[in-house]
Design a protein around this ligand. Structure first.
Ligand code: FPP
Length: 293
């Protein structure tokens, strides 16, 4: 069989299974996303026509994550390994944020969420808590112009009412100043806890709907009351520092996130480490509770 004949013989063989996968994907757009990551509506229409070799229409490779969330762990150990106070680890950890935000933006990641201070972190020594609060203030003072000019939309999730007035004002100013930026959304989770978020969502819903039947409350509705209602769920959750736990981070939102744990301590998590995590993510087959094609 000559080459052209082989070419036309293979098309019908391939069309069936691939079209079946795309059919499933029409029902549930997340099915087969790693195999058919970017099937366009044109391709979906074409696959409805039996044996149309739609797979010759250009498809992009498995996409990078839209939303990356990070538990920045290991600052204290990084400092202790160097016989320095833990506060130096937090300072170093804060100093690497700029480069990572820029690199995420450069890679086309649209949302980056950083766990900066949990509802449980208040139990740390008072000095350490003060250091972290001072670093937030310094970060905003130093980075605000740069964030605003480089298209970063800055947000905070968490109960900031417990922070000093000065920090609250700086946060509100930064949110306001960058609110129209579109390149990347940088969200700091500060005095945040996943359980707090879910309870607060339920309370807010109940306040708005005092006479509603609670048994009719759906996931879709409750989701609208979470602090992350305007951002998609994370595709990739990274935790640095070697621990393999979630520590009350985005509990609801990471239901189908890919979880990446690395021994690398946060102050050493550079662009190269980020790219390693993203390559790992690209190799994952996401099924969202379904079965693979
Ligand atoms: C966890 O490391 C880190 C924190 C609880 C604080 C994170 C804060 C920063 C990176 C600085 C502020 C960030 C910004 C964006 C201004 P750890 O202290 O638990 O480390 P360990 O596990 O080695 O003790």
């Amino acid at each position: 069989m000559g080459l052209p004949a082989m070419f036309f013989a293979i098309i019908p063989l391939l069309s069936g299974p691939v079209a079946q996968l795309v059919e499933q994907r029409i029902e549930n757009p997340r099915v087969g996303s790693s195999i058919l990551p970017q099937a366009t509506s044109l391709q979906i229409i074409f696959c409805k026509i039996d044996y149309f070799p739609w797979y010759f229409v250009d498809t992009k490779s498995n996409s990078i994550p839209t939303h990356v969330a990070i538990v920045m762990d290991g600052n204290g150990r990084w400092a202790q390994n160097r016989h320095m106070p833990r506060s130096m680890g937090h300072a170093k950890g804060s100093s690497i944020v700029r480069g990572l935000v820029e690199h995420c933006s450069h890679l086309g990641i649209k949302y980056l969420t950083l766990f900066a201070f949990s509802t449980e972190n208040w139990s740390r020594p008072r000095d350490e808590v003060s250091t972290i609060m001072e670093l937030f203030i310094k970060y905003l003072e130093k980075e605000l112009k740069n964030l605003a000019n480089s298209g970063v939309c800055f947000k905070v999730i968490g109960d900031i009412s417990l922070f000093d007035k000065e920090l609250q004002e700086k946060i509100n100013d930064a949110v306001e100043l960058t609110s129209r930026n579109k390149k990347i959304v940088l969200t700091l989770a500060a005095n945040y806890g996943g359980r707090w978020d879910i309870v607060k969502a339920f309370q807010s819903w109940l306040k708005e709907n005092p006479s509603s039947d609670v048994s009719l409350l759906s996931q879709e509705t409750l989701q609208k009351y979470l602090s992350t209602s305007d951002i998609p769920d994370p595709d990739l959750l990274i935790r640095t520092g070697g621990e393999q736990r979630i520590s009350n981070f985005l509990l609801w939102q990471i239901a189908y996130s890919e979880l990446y744990f690395t021994e690398v301590l946060w102050p050493e998590f550079d662009k190269e480490q980020l790219e390693i995590a993203i390559s790992w993510f690209k190799s994952r087959q996401r099924r969202f509770g379904s079965v693979s094609g």
